[in-house]
Write a protein that binds this ligand. Structure first.
Ligand code: ADP
Ligand code: MG
Length: 341
């Protein structure tokens, strides 16, 4: 696995992204100052429980949240251009050709009444003028590239005629049609069984290497992250609570939330039943309501380590864990490493 480059400009640079939905109960503050960089040839994993704002963040930076629904602030620079606040027309060119996206459920993102060829064709034509002949051969090439055998006959298939894994491969082919520099995969393997999941993960890793893409791998499942990510960003209530190189984060998690997520992972080679494992931590409680976020650290009402007056009033800044680990491992808690009073 490649290690993240320490030099070189990022392909995508997100700073202080904020998304607030207009709801009848008041503003729902779903993303609250998120910053990250995506580098060529590297995989950034964004992890967090369901509802932590992972999908909304990527929709926001691709301009897929209409003004009437959400207020988006902050900055997302891609290829030298600011994406936030751009027109639909300008963003349409970025989506696909610049940043490709693969979603969780190909059955809802694929059009059920169009053949695979038509759908890949639309993606190809969105970026360049291509003849019918050109579409057919390029679409067949793309299917082959994503590991679909017998591409010529698969082109005539409709989505329901394909397995879940095949449909996800078609989604990846569509995402690749515009030759994106960045690929965002949002729960791309969540709906698949473990064997197919492993195949899709391997496919994305191979494509990343061949195309030198930057990949953002969004998942609620920390278990798949260790094998694929270079850098991990842990999200809670729309903020980054901890980030770092994958090995640092797994070996030395500092935030109680990260520790909770890691503790909740099944220990594969532990023969004891779950109830006897003292290291198996489950995380009680639920993520906060974005309309009514707790003051201070959003995690403090659930924090198993220590929640004191400071936690309830001050938002802990995201700061380097220690000078020896460099600037890359950063955490937002007043009590890193699980210090107890
Ligand atoms: N259109 C919307 N209006 C109001 N709230 C929304 C809307 N879309 C998403 N949300 C809220 O945003 C929060 C984060 O959602 P999401 O980004 O999908 O979470 P994740 O992908 O991390 O599971 C959730 O609380 C969700 O209910
Ligand atoms: Mg999501």
């Amino acid at each position: 696995m490649s290690s993240p480059p320490t030099d070189g400009a990022p392909l995508l640079s997100v700073r202080d992204l904020q998304v607030s939905f207009r709801t009848r109960r008041g503003p729902a503050r779903v993303v609250n100052g998120l910053s990250f960089d995506v580098h060529a040839g590297c995989t950034l994993a964004v992890v967090g429980e369901s509802g932590s704002g992972k999908s909304v963040s990527s929709l926001a930076l691709l301009g897929l949240l209409p003004d009437a629904v959400a207020e988006v602030r902050g900055s997302a620079v891609f290829g030298g251009d600011e994406l936030i606040g751009r027109t639909e027309e300008q963003l349409r060119r970025v989506r696909g050709a610049g940043i490709g996206m693969v979603f969780q459920d190909p059955m809802t993102s694929l059009n059920p009444v169009l053949t695979v060829e038509r759908q890949i064709g639309e993606a190809l034509r969105a970026h360049e003028k291509v003849s019918d002949e050109g579409v057919r051969s390029r679409a067949a090439e793309l299917l082959t590239e994503v590991g679909i055998p017998d591409a010529a006959s698969r082109l005539r298939a409709f989505p329901h005629q394909l397995s879940g894994g095949m449909r996800q491969r078609v989604m990846i082919a569509i995402a690749l049609a515009g030759n994106p520099r960045v690929l965002i995969a949002d729960e791309a393997t969540t709906a698949l069984d473990v064997t197919v999941q492993a195949q899709i993960i391997e496919l994305v890793a191979r494509l990343q290497e061949e195309h030198g893409m930057g990949v953002v791998w969004i998942t609620h499942d920390l278990g798949v992250v260790a094998g694929i990510a270079d850098h991990v960003l842990v999200m809670y209530a729309g903020r980054c609570v901890e980030e770092g190189a994958v090995d640092d984060l797994f070996d030395r998690p500092e935030h109680p939330y990260t520790r909770g997520l890691l503790g909740a992972l099944p220990v594969v080679d532990d023969p004891r039943p779950a109830r006897e494992r003292d290291d198996l931590v489950t995380m009680p409680g639920l993520p906060p309501d974005p309309v009514d976020l707790p003051a201070g650290c959003a995690f403090h009402p659930r924090c198993p380590v220590r929640a004191d007056a400071r936690c309830a009033t001050e938002v802990p800044p995201l700061a380097a864990v220690s000078a020896d680990h460099g600037e890359a491992h950063r955490v937002a808690t007043f009590y890193a490493g699980g210090d107890r009073a």
